[in-house]
Design a protein around this ligand. Structure first.
Ligand code: ATP
Ligand code: MG
Length: 285
């Protein structure tokens, strides 16, 4: 769907490149996560991919064609959720959506979507009177307005309570199941783990890792088993065993046979752990 090759970008007044030669691709139907610490260049990359920032070097193609060669048909196919929701605060939610709908040839069913995100009852309220989470949800509705094939979402659940975050994530899932493609920027590793087929970790304008959450966890995983058991004197002990050869590990088997187990966990690394590891590793010096 998108192929990015050796992309670099420097803001007009910047001393250094913000994006330093990154390459990645994602396919149709994929949810591709873009993860990294604050200031890494995630939002900048999204803005380049949707042609808001133009003075980049490198190649970006969409469906096999350079994005620079597209006219407005590109914007009929993609939906964009910006990092900071921008709405007309003196207009109602519905008036806002009406305004943006006119920019597109195709429109989604606004009523259904507004109901889904729980804003239909407040559709005639001025957006200036919306809470933060309501603005975030409205921002999401805006991204879906043109019934896109490809969604760019920059922190779509940022500032939402768990229930509303759940609704947005479910909509993303359904969108993918219907064949949609998603470029998802998020700080929330749990969301990334749940939604993304593959993730890229970006730090300091460079890509440090690209893989599926599952294989990243396996690669970075500690492959250990942590066991807590109660000694005969009542004291709880904690021991860690290598996953390999567990079935022949006498110490482990003795505990299983003769002690009261309190907890037992495999040492699968979370994406959070990987994030911290990857973001902290410097490639050069
Ligand atoms: N308009 C701008 N002009 C100059 N520098 C900018 C501009 N926007 C962002 N930057 C700089 O580019 C770098 C990357 O910013 P970007 O917004 O892409 O980060 P991010 O990964 O999205 O971070 P966050 O997780 O905080 O949203 C930062 O150092 C930032 O200060
Ligand atoms: Mg950002």
């Amino acid at each position: 769907m998108f192929q990015v090759t050796d992309l670099s970008f420097r803001y007009p007044k910047g001393k250094d490149d913000t994006i330093k030669g990154i390459s990645f691709q994602f396919s149709e139907g994929e949810v591709f996560g873009f993860l990294g610490p604050s200031g890494a260049g995630k939002s900048t990359t999204q803005k380049i991919l949707i042609r808001i920032l133009q003075d980049y070097t490198g190649e970006i193609s969409y469906r096999g064609k350079d994005i620079r060669s597209y006219g407005r048909e590109l914007f009929d196919e993609i939906g964009v959720g910006f990092e900071v929701p921008v709405h007309f605060s003196k207009l109602t939610a519905l008036e806002n959506l009406d305004f943006y709908s006119r920019l597109y040839q195709r429109n989604t069913d606004v009523e259904a979507l507004m109901k889904r995100v729980g804003l239909w009852g407040d559709r005639n309220k001025r957006v200036g009177e919306y809470s933060k989470g309501m603005k975030v949800r409205l921002n999401f509705v805006r991204a879906m307005l043109n019934d896109p094939k490809m969604l760019f979402l920059d922190e779509p659940t940022n500032g939402l309570d768990p229930e509303n975050a759940r609704i947005i994530k479910d909509i993303i899932r359904v969108f993918q199941q219907a064949g949609g493609t998603v470029f998802l920027t998020t700080h929330l590793m749990h969301d990334a783990d749940e939604l993304c087929d593959r993730v890229a970790f970006i730090a300091d304008g460079q890509i440090r890792e690209i893989d599926s959450p599952q294989s990243l966890k396996l690669r970075y995983g500690r492959h250990s088993v942590e066991v807590e058991y109660r000694e005969d004197n009542g004291i709880v002990q904690k021991v860690s065993f290598d996953m390999a050869g567990l079935g022949e590990n006498d110490d482990f088997l003795t505990i299983l046979r003769s002690k009261e187990l309190v907890t037992i966990h495999s040492g699968e690394t979370s994406l959070d752990d990987i994030f911290i590891k990857v973001a902290g590793v410097r490639l050069h010096g």
